[in-house]
Structure formats: structure tokens, C-alpha cells
Design a protein around this ligand. Structure first.
Ligand SMILES: [Ca+2]
Ligand SMILES: [Ca+2]
Ligand SMILES: [Ca+2]
Length: 435
């Protein structure tokens, strides 16, 4: 197992996809070709002296290497994207520079352009610079500028991968999902007009029962689309300034952690502080991660057709598929049972207004703790209301409202993004109609 490879792409295993093509037989020409291509990459990546062509940035310590003279214009294009990424991510947002994996001693970040290569960042070894006390790794980028992440989205792809190189220099073993959540948020900072990230929000919004920090090991775009939470934080808590993200990464640094020989990775529980700890250090006094997640559960309803211009700068650009999934519709008088969301996840239920002159009362029965709220708000200045577990639902003039149940962890247990999520928190709702 090769530790340290972070890739932008989604492997062929898309969630729920059960019609994967059969793999070629073990010794097929196709596979041996693929094996040869992999070997060719292994012989070249991280070996700058073997590359015949290079381009050095005049602005920043960046080198793009390529194999064929005819690829020069592509190399120039990628260099332009890298320079813009450096300017925004490092100079404007405050990430410290990357630590190059570079055997030539040039101290320039090496970026390899190769057809068929993984579009990825690889961290090669811990930095030996004596003043770096934390788990800082040297890294390089490889980019297939001709592959599925090239073309029109090569700009945001480059911004995304460059951000991973900055992660490597701070904490290469932070919680895995947060790498993609951060780098996808970054795409819109460096290339605001390239809205490729919006599609990835669909997988995230279709799984509200998972915690924001859930990592499904690249089965879906979920951790990428979780950038919606970072857009919420930026707007709600950080005055629309994206610098908080670099600060979270800086504050989540830790000393090098011992590797577990069984997995080849440090044990997840040893990631202290983690990004949630770092975030909580930046939030206003008295606000914790769980509280932001409850608020965010309300915000994420205001997307697509529910956008009101006050939640998410590009919420109205999201397609109906990127609206948060409503689990069920309850008719007045119905009893509803659910296996429930994971702790820190939410479930959304539509409530229908009872007949004129009648009131709707709901009663929550559950062992775990829940936060209940109703959207949308009933007045222009309100975007929703908290609801008692045993309360009356007001409808104002609305024909229906959405009830959000967010599963909270036990009050005495802080949330840790590296530990298993736990079991779904089952609940039951009794709804009664009274005159
Ligand atoms: Ca945008
Ligand atoms: Ca950490
Ligand atoms: Ca922690």
C-alpha cells in the first residue's frame, strides 16, 4: 500500500453503481499495457533529472516538466494556473508554501505533466528541515492535462491539486475527507467562474444522514461536496473571508505520529489536534462544531429551488439534485419511524399543514439527543425556528414546512472526525391533530 497519495479523481466505483464492466483477465494485453504505463510513470515521477523539458516560473519557485517538445504550450497553460493558485492560496489566503520533493536541489515545487498519469499529489518523505517541528512532508504534483480532469476544468484541477501540496507541508495525515473538502472549496477561490465544484455537491446533499466529516473512501464525491459546509462557515462566521481555512490547517498541525505497522498509517485517534479542534479554536466563544452543524443543517436546505440569496453565494446555481434530500412526507396524524441519521447527521421530513382550524402537534421519541428545527422561516427576517421535542408546528401561510432532526452526540463526548461515526440514532415521531 502506498501511503500518501491523494487523488482528485473519483475511481470507477460510483456509489450505487452495480453495473461495473468486467475486469480484463489477468494477463490480457490491456492489463499488461496498463501495467507498463504504470511502470513508466514510476520510473519518471519524482525523478526530475530524467525529464527532457522544463519550464521555470519567473514569479514563484515552481517547475513544470514535460516529455515532448510539442507539449510546451500545455506546460505553459498549467504554469499559468499554478502561478494563479500560488498567488491566491499562499499570498492571499495565508497557506504556507509547499515543501518540494526535488532531488535537483532547486527548491522548486516539481510538477510533472504526463498523459495517463494520476492527477494527484504525492508526499514522498517527511521534511528534514530542523525548524519544522510538525509532520511536514515533501511533495510533488503529477497532472494528466489531457485526461478527464484536463480540458475546461484544468484550471480548477490545478488549483485543487496545488492545495493538497500545501496540506502535505502542514499535516499529511489530517482526517482524510478534509483534504478533499478543503481543496474543492479552494477551486472556487482561485477560479470563481469555473463552477465544476457544484456537481460534487449532489452526492453530499443526497446523504444528509452522514456527518459533515464523513469519509467514504472515495466511493462518492461526498467529501468533495462537503465544501458546502466551508462556504457556510465562511459566510456565517468568518465575514466572507476565506483565510480561516489556512488557519484551520495551521492550527491542526501535530508532531509526527507513529505508524501502525498493520495499516501503514498513523492510528486515526492520534490525530490531535484535528481540524475540528482547530475550527473550534476559531469560532466565537461558546460555539462548538456540533452547534455549527445544526445551523448548517438549516442552511443547506436553502439551495437550488429553495435559494433565497441569503445562504451560499452560488446556492441558486445548484440543480434540484443538489438540494438536500427529503426522506419522507408526513401527513397529519401519522406515526413515523426511522432508523435515524448517524451522530452529527440529519434527517429531513416534510410536514403537511392540517385542515383549516386544526393544529399539528409532534412528539419525538428517541434515546439519543436531537436538535429539531423547521424551515423555511415564517417572516422575512427568519430562516427557520427551533422546535421542542414535543411541540406545535406553526405553518403561518405555508402549505408545508420541513422538519430537520439533527442527531447530537452525548453532551460529554466531544466530536472527533477521526473516530468511527457510531450507530444511527433511531427515532419515532408521533404527529397528532388537535382542534
Ligand atoms: Ca463560482
Ligand atoms: Ca492534525
Ligand atoms: Ca480531536
Amino acid at each position: 500500500m502506498k501511503a500518501g497519495l491523494i487523488q482528485i479523481f473519483l475511481p470507477a466505483l460510483v456509489a450505487g453503481c452495480s453495473f461495473l464492466p468486467a475486469l480484463p483477465p489477468v494477463s490480457s494485453p490491456l492489463q499488461s499495457q496498463a501495467a507498463k504505463a504504470k511502470q513508466a510513470q514510476a520510473d519518471l515521477l519524482d525523478q526530475p533529472q530524467k525529464w527532457p523539458h522544463l519550464l521555470n516560473s519567473k514569479r514563484y519557485p515552481l517547475t513544470v516538466r514535460y516529455l515532448l517538445p510539442g507539449d510546451k504550450s500545455q506546460a505553459e497553460r498549467v504554469m499559468g494556473y499554478l502561478e494563479k493558485s500560488w498567488q491566491v492560496e499562499i499570498e492571499q489566503m495565508g497557506f504556507p508554501p509547499p515543501i518540494p520533493s526535488d532531488s535537483t536541489g532547486s527548491k522548486r515545487l516539481q510538477v510533472y505533466l504526463m498523459r495517463g498519469a494520476d492527477t494527484a499529489v504525492e508526499a514522498t518523505r517527511p521534511s528534514k528541515q530542523p525548524d519544522l517541528w510538525w509532520d511536514a512532508w515533501e511533495s510533488y504534483l503529477s497532472i494528466d492535462a489531457w485526461g478527464p480532469y484536463g480540458g475546461e476544468i484544468l484550471d480548477s484541477t490545478t488549483a485543487h491539486e496545488f492545495n493538497h501540496a500545501l496540506h502535505a507541508a502542514l499535516d499529511w495525515y489530517e482526517s482524510p475527507g478534509f483534504f478533499e473538502t478543503s481543496a474543492t472549496f479552494i477551486q472556487d477561490k482561485v477560479y470563481p467562474e469555473d463552477n465544476d465544484y457544484l456537481q460534487q455537491i449532489e452526492d453530499f446533499q443526497s446523504r444528509p444522514e452522514w456527518p459533515v466529516h464523513h469519509f467514504d473512501n472515495y466511493k462518492t464525491w461526498y467529501p468533495y461536496g462537503a465544501c458546502l459546509y466551508l462556504f457556510f462557515l465562511e459566510q456565517r462566521y468568518f465575514a466572507n473571508q476565506p483565510h480561516f481555512l489556512a488557519q484551520i490547517w495551521k492550527n491542526s498541525r501535530n508532531r509526527p505520529r507513529p505508524f501502525d505497522p498493520k495499516t501503514g498509517y498513523p492510528s486515526p485517534g492520534s490525530n490531535e489536534p484535528d481540524w475540528v479542534d482547530a475550527l473550534e479554536g476559531l469560532l466565537p466563544r461558546g460555539v462548538d462544531y456540533a452547534q455549527t452543524v445544526v445551523e448548517f443543517a438549516r442552511w443547506r436546505w436553502y439551495t437550488g429551488r429553495h435559494s433565497d440569496g441569503k445562504h451560499f453565494h452560488e446556492g441558486a446555481l445548484l440543480s434540484p439534485k443538489a438540494e438536500v434530500r427529503i426522506q419522507s412526507t408526513l401527513v397529519p396524524g401519522q406515526t413515523y419511524r426511522s432508523q435515524g441519521p448517524l451522530p452529527m447527521g440529519s434527517e429531513y421530513l416534510k410536514l403537511k399543514r392540517p385542515a383549516p382550524g386544526q393544529k399539528l402537534q409532534i412528539k419525538l421519541q428517541a434515546e439519543g439527543r436531537f436538535a429539531l428545527q423547521l424551515v423555511p422561516g415564517l417572516s422575512p427576517n427568519s430562516d427557520g425556528d427551533m422546535l421542542d421535542p414535543n411541540g406545535q408546528v406553526e405553518f403561518g401561510n405555508l402549505p408545508e414546512r420541513t422538519l430537520i432532526l439533527t442527531a447530537l452526540p452525548p453532551a460529554d463526548r466531544p466530536v472527533d472526525p477521526d473516530l468511527p461515526a457510531g450507530k444511527p440514532q433511531a427515532f419515532q415521531i408521533l404527529s397528532t391533530v388537535t382542534p
